[in-house]
Write a protein that binds this ligand. Structure first.
Ligand code: NAG
Ligand code: NAG
Ligand code: NAG
Ligand code: NAG
Ligand code: NAG
Length: 468
């Protein structure tokens, strides 16, 4: 009740441990393995549960919400401080928006099988191609996954009507909300977005993954609810894509192996040895791909909890189930790993360069085109993966990096100040709030300064670096 009143007033709602929603993004001791083992931390104010068929959860706006990460919303949006207090007059002229796809089923099916069926009957993943010239339009076919129980491989695997991964109905509905809120802020309030998307002022991109393409369909429908036409969603050929680890680069693997061999990495495996062994025997997950990182356990548990399912049980002993306390430790370990990969490992600069340097270079070139007056685009929206959002946040120097969760987003807002000293400034929002970094809060800085922050991560010769 008290929380609801505070929320109505737009005030920060205190969470467990007295945290504000924003503080749940920045656990100060995330770089310490005690963060993983300290059970009293729970989820550090994070939320990992969402209903199957509704977009939202009960988390107060602005909290770390794995299933439905917050995004800029007009009720809470505030102008950059310097604009708000009248010390500068400025207008927003460009928005570069990156987001992870919305929520989905897991990638990783438990080796011992899933003790529950997954149901995706409420969403139609459309799959058709049409001619670009005037000819017959195709039949709008959609994928309908089914399970044939006479297929002997189904036993001990998974029953139901989903692919793994696939966007879920909750993810699609959250995408609509995400887009409506983008329109309310950047269309209605700030007047940046055009009324229709056919104006030559917008540009969209996804990866080759249907998750990102289907998220784009949902979010962009929220932005332009009545636009009757189709829209181009740009993609690079997957084998050389600059996102989602498209191009092949052997040095990525070499550096990753080095990162996963340090004393800190070993320590995080040592302190979680009991947990990993319990989960391994309960779920048949004893292979190295399940044991060497927390990626698979996290993914499996998140995929269940974020779509209205329970934590898994032993396939052959239904009363032996993963506890919430175990899941929370898995999530804390996952967050520790993401912070290690993209913030604190000794090879972090090289690792970001190798994985995301080309994409970071592309973002810089978008900014340069704005500086040079060489672009008509005012809104670029790129639909990618956690593995793309993480390294960009690392390059920005985010203070602490929890796993960039479903629909997590980065908004680069470029503003032009008025008057004789007119110039370009930028603000960077992470999930709707000015991002907190090792260089301070990026609420208002010259665009050239942001480019200087990012540039070291965009190598001049990636081909040479990759083969080194
Ligand atoms: C964690 O980060 C803080 C602040 O950057 C630093 O003082 C501390 O030494 C780090 N701890 C570990 C275990 O790396
Ligand atoms: C565990 O976390 C709690 C809550 O933040 C803190 O008070 C306590 O000191 C921590 N314990 C250890 C052993 O780090
Ligand atoms: C969830 O969304 C519905 C419809 O948009 C809204 O009425 C409701 O208040 C939301 N609930 C929460 C907890 O945010
Ligand atoms: C307005 O905000 C900016 C940025 O925080 C600050 O530098 C400036 O001193 C403020 N000016 C006034 C008049 O409060
Ligand atoms: C598979 O799921 C369906 C629908 O939930 C259920 O009726 C059926 O009993 C399940 N079969 C098995 C073998 O789990």
């Amino acid at each position: 009740m008290y929380s609801a009143i505070l929320a109505t007033l737009g005030l920060a709602v205190p969470l467990a441990h007295g945290l504000t929603p924003l503080q749940t993004f920045y656990p100060p001791n995330l770089n310490d393995t005690a963060y993983i083992t300290n059970t009293t931390l729970g989820t550090y104010g994070g939320v990992y549960q969402a209903p199957t068929r509704e977009a939202n959860t009960s988390a107060p706006y602005g909290s770390y919400d794995y299933c439905t990460m917050p995004h800029p919303r007009v009720q809470e949006y505030s102008l950059p401080e310097a604009v708000k207090n009248g010390s500068v007059k400025a207008n927003i002229i460009y928005l570069e928006y990156l987001q992870r796809h919305q929520r989905r089923t897991p990638y990783n099916i438990l080796p011992g099988g899933e003790n529950q069926p997954y149901n995706c009957d409420d969403i139609f993943p459309y799959l058709y191609a049409g001619p670009a010239f005037n000819a017959e339009t195709p039949m709008p076919v959609y994928a309908k996954t089914y399970t044939d129980l006479t297929n002997p491989f189904v036993d001990g695997y998974v029953n139901g009507t989903c692919q793994f991964p696939q966007l879920t109905i909750g993810g699609l509905l959250d995408g609509y909300d995400h887009g409506r809120d983008i329109w309310a802020v950047y269309g209605e309030k700030l007047g940046l977005l055009p009324n229709t998307p056919d104006s030559g002022k917008v540009w969209f991109r996804s990866t080759e993954s249907p998750l990102t393409q289907q998220s784009a369909g949902g979010v962009l429908r929220g932005v332009w609810p009545t636009w009757p036409g189709a829209l181009p969603l740009h993609q690079q050929t997957s084998a050389v894509d600059t996102v989602n680890e498209g191009f092949s680069c052997s040095a990525q693997g070499t550096v990753l192996s080095a990162i996963e061999s340090t004393a800190e990495w070993e320590e995080h495996l040592t302190v979680t040895a009991d947990l990993r062994s319990q989960l391994g025997s309960m779920l048949g997950a004893t292979s190295s791909s399940w044991q060497n990182t927390f990626d698979h356990f996290s993914d499996n548990f998140q995929g269940r909890l974020c779509n209205g399912y329970q934590l898994p049980c032993d396939f052959s002993n239904p009363s032996n189930c993963v506890s919430m306390a175990q899941a929370e430790e898995v999530f804390r370990a996952g967050d520790w790993e993401w912070n290690y990969y993209w913030r604190t490992n000794p090879k972090v600069v090289e690792y970001i360069q190798l994985v995301e340097g080309l994409f970071i270079g592309e973002i810089i070139s978008h900014f340069q085109a704005v500086i040079d007056g060489k672009t008509s685009t005012v809104y670029s929206h790129v639909f990618v993966h956690d593995g793309d959002i993480g390294p960009v946040l690392g390059a920005l120097g985010i203070n602490q990096l929890r796993w960039p969760a479903m629909g997590s987003n980065i908004a680069f807002e470029i503003w032009r100040t008025e008057g004789t000293n007119s110039g370009l400034f930028v603000r960077v929002l992470y999930c709707g709030q000015p991002i907190e970094t090792v260089r301070g809060i990026l609420d208002w800085l010259p665009l050239e300064s942001l480019i200087a922050i990012l540039k070291p991560y965009a190598p001049t010769d990636i081909v040479a670096l990759c083969s080194a």
